[in-house]
Design a protein around this ligand. Structure first.
Ligand code: ADP
Ligand code: ZN
Ligand code: ZN
Length: 724
């Protein structure tokens, strides 16, 4: 019997594909192969080698080419990926595809892993001396005039430099070279004297190095978590091991990279989706080779090979950005735990507002909790006040008390943050004469008015239209914006405080990658200013002169039908409030609401996040919701409602009879129409994970075989984090 290779292919089908070994070379588990698939050629991953084929080997095709002599993925990653594909019901090939940087999913040899350097050619030097170029090109020539720089340095000094580099290289003015990465980039800088709590945390986690143990580091923003990470990473480096630090967003990455590099004095490899594909592959391969010691990255960096793993850290572990919401729907925090166990290393989950899942795990004794209660540097925690908005005269949604607080703050020469988690000018445009409002024809939801761009935009599907001059139903010219978005607040604050700079920070004003940092950099530490923005402002960049956080409205979060809305709201409020008074000046938080008596707000403001979270957890336990039960959501969408209904009915009928299984639906999705497609869902719940997982694979196969499945787009979401 010839050996047969079981190959995972990047196609959305469960299962592996059998091939005969290539004529040249010996494939092993974890090496990539190029195989024929239908009329295409695909790059796949050898997952197993068997003596016998599942079908007669005479019908098997042969691998076209072996791409790796050895294994590209080590046994730990292979095993973890197989586990992940199984747990989140992914197609195995999709799981492997997620794990590999794009450049490594192609049938090409591995790129060299030296550092990429750029320097001026002779012609480039002349061009620099002549000062003949403009804009980005001129700036880049100027930067390189003093000597060659690495790509990483260039990214830090001139974001977006690659385009200019390409132009200049094509004109023969720049040269690219490859050098081996240096060992230490600079001498490490001095760490501050750790507080007792920080020291305690470092000692406790440090004692677990070399074995699996999850820790929850519970400390508000500014309490010094990053210093704890740094001290632990130093220990890990001293043992000759690698550390992986996950962050939820790249927005947080540049400052963190700088801080890590300065403190540790080593290269910090960065892995996130905005990196060029070449850089990403290089960083990944260096981690695999063990030459990258500290790896910082967003969600997908959880797949980084760590042959000398020492520690995994997940910062802001509660952040929903860790969950991939399409394709292979994995959760990077959960996967980090699985990897830490397989690697035999501690895993540290940090947050000022831990997820209820993690709190429940800590409560059950599965995680050990470490607290950072004091904020080094700050005198005392911010003072929080609720403003009752009922029966108040509002100025574009802002009460006199809120505006008064802003006025006091800027009069003292300090800065205020006005928070509203809605982009645009107003969430609704209403006809005052007949009651018509502008709605999205494809989603059946109100369009958001963006006044500056004179557009109505759907925030669900991005449908756009011009703002009509008159009501399309009754012809009246009396169209009134209802409610407030950040754009409207900016306008109102500019009118109220003409002498103070007003800065708006939301996705609209920071569409460019580095715009956020640049915008905040224009704020002088000793000058008054008003920041208006969405949750983008909840984190990043330390603003020592920011002493007031004014929360304009969060009432939507109190009415949402999603059972996680309360948790999200509490996290958001605490994160935003944490921006006030980070330095020596005391901070103040005002929150205006129409529901000053709401129990969640009350307990949050009176007793803090931990108490609010305890109450939310007690509620979840009482009504048996996650984390005290387990869910799987089947979503389906199609151009016609009947197609969705037919599929979900058949899916329902295909479920095994099991008294332990609770079924909700089939039903419409909370957004029944989106981007012109009808949507529905079926929710499965069980008190035990095993009950649920025991039936999922066979149900998934049954769904694939359903004739009605061909008319819909459907997906299974294990442990969904929202029910939309
Ligand atoms: P977090 O990661 O929890 O937001 P950081 O570690 O960034 O907190 O610390 C917040 C600020 O306090 C930073 O400017 C940091 O340099 C400073 N800091 C942290 N720990 C100490 C300490 N033990 N002594 C002095 N300053 C500290
Ligand atoms: Zn009208
Ligand atoms: Zn829409």
């Amino acid at each position: 019997m010839p050996a047969v290779l079981r190959v995972a292919l990047p196609v959305p089908l469960p299962g592996l594909f059998d091939y005969l070994p290539p004529t040249v070379g010996a494939a092993c588990v974890g090496s990539r192969v190029l195989v024929p698939f239908g009329r295409h050629k695909l790059v796949g991953m050898v997952v197993a080698i068997d003596a016998e084929a599942a079908v007669g080997s005479s019908r098997l095709k042969q691998v076209l080419r072996l791409l790796d002599d050895g294994a590209l993925l080590d046994p730990e990653l292979m095993q973890t990926l197989a586990w992940a594909a199984d747990y989140w019901l992914g197609a195995p090939g999709e799981a492997y595809a997620n794990a590999l940087p794009l450049a490594l999913r192609e049938a090409k040899p591995l790129p060299p892993i030296g550092d990429e350097y750029w320097s001026l050619s002779g012609a480039g030097r002349s061009a620099h001396d002549a000062g003949s170029r403009r804009g980005g090109s001129k700036a880049l020539l100027g930067l390189l005039a003093a000597g060659a720089l690495s790509a990483q340095d260039l990214s830090e000094r001139q974001p977006g430099w690659r385009e200019a580099a390409r132009r200049l290289a094509a004109a023969g003015l720049l040269e690219r070279s490859e050098r081996p990465p240096p060992d230490r980039s600079s001498p490490p800088s001095l760490a501050p004297q750790l507080s007792d709590e920080q020291q305690q945390a470092v000692v406790t986690v440090g004692a677990s190095l070399g074995q699996y143990q999850p820790f929850l580091l519970d400390g508000v923003t500014g309490s010094g978590k990053t210093e704890v990470y740094l001290a632990l990473i130093e220990q890990v480096l001293a043992q000759g091991r690698q550390a992986l630090l996950l962050v939820p967003e790249i927005g947080l990455a540049p400052q963190t990279v700088r801080r890590l590099r300065e403190r540790l004095g080593v290269i910090v490899e960065v892995l996130h989706s905005n990196l060029s594909e070449g850089d990403r592959a290089r960083a990944w391969l260096r981690a695999r080779a063990g030459s990258a010691r500290v790896i910082l990255g967003t969600r997908s960096a959880v797949f980084t090979p760590l042959p000398q793993a020492g520690l995994i850290i997940v910062d802001e572990e509660h952040d929903s950005a860790y969950k991939q919401q399409e394709g292979f729907r994995y959760h990077a925090r959960d996967l980090a735990l699985v990897r830490a166990r397989a690697l035999g290393v501690p895993v540290l989950l940090g947050s000022g507002t831990p997820s209820l899942e993690s709190l429940a795990n800590a409560e059950a004794g599965r995680y050990r909790t470490l607290h950072l209660r004091a904020r080094p540097g700050a005198i005392r925690p911010p003072q929080v006040q609720i403003i009752d908005m009922r029966a108040q005269r509002l100025e574009h949604g802002m009460s006199p008390a809120l505006l008064g607080a802003v006025a006091d703050t800027v009069a003292r020469g300090e800065q205020a943050l006005v928070f509203r988690n809605r982009r645009g000018y107003a969430p609704v445009l209403l006809c005052h004469a007949c009651g018509w409002h502008a709605g999205c024809p494809r989603c059946d939801r109100p369009l958001t008015l963006h006044a500056g761009r004179r557009q109505l935009i759907c925030h669900h599907c991005d449908y756009r239209q011009r703002v009509p001059a008159a009501c399309p139903t009754c012809g009246a010219g009396d169209l009134k914006p209802q409610g407030q978005g950040t754009e409207r607040l900016e306008e109102a604050l500019l009118a109220q405080f003409p002498q103070v700079p007003v800065l708006r920070v939301d996705r609209e004003t920071t569409r460019r990658r580095d715009a956020f940092e640049q915008l905040l950099a224009t704020l002088r530490d000793d000058q008054p200013a008003i920041l208006v923005g969405t949750q983008m402002l909840a984190k990043g960049h330390d603003l020592p002169n920011l002493t007031l956080v004014a929360i304009v409205g969060v009432d939507e979060g109190l009415h949402s039908i999603d059972f996680r809305a309360g948790e999200r709201l509490a996290q958001l409020v605490v994160q935003v409030a944490g921006r006030a008074g980070r330095a020596r000046k005391p901070g103040r938080v005002v929150l205006q609401t129409h529901q000053p008596e709401h129990p969640l707000l009350r307990s949050l403001l009176a007793h803090g996040y931990a108490a609010a979270a305890r109450e939310l957890l007690a509620e979840r336990r009482l009504i048996q919701l996650p984390p005290y039960s387990y869910q799987v959501l089947l979503r389906a969408e199609a151009p016609q409602r009947e197609q969705v209904d037919a599929f979900l009915a058949a899916a329902h009928a295909a479920l095994p009879v099991n008294a332990q299984l609770q079924i909700a639906g089939p039903m419409s999705a909370p957004m029944p129409l989106r981007a012109g497609r009808h949507r529905g869902q079926l929710l499965l719940e069980a008190a035990s994970r095993r009950t649920l997982h025991g039936m999922l694979r066979s149900w998934q196969l049954a769904l694939i075989a359903l004739p009605s499945a061909r008319k819909v787009r459907w997906s299974l979401d294990v442990d969904p984090i929202d029910l939309y």
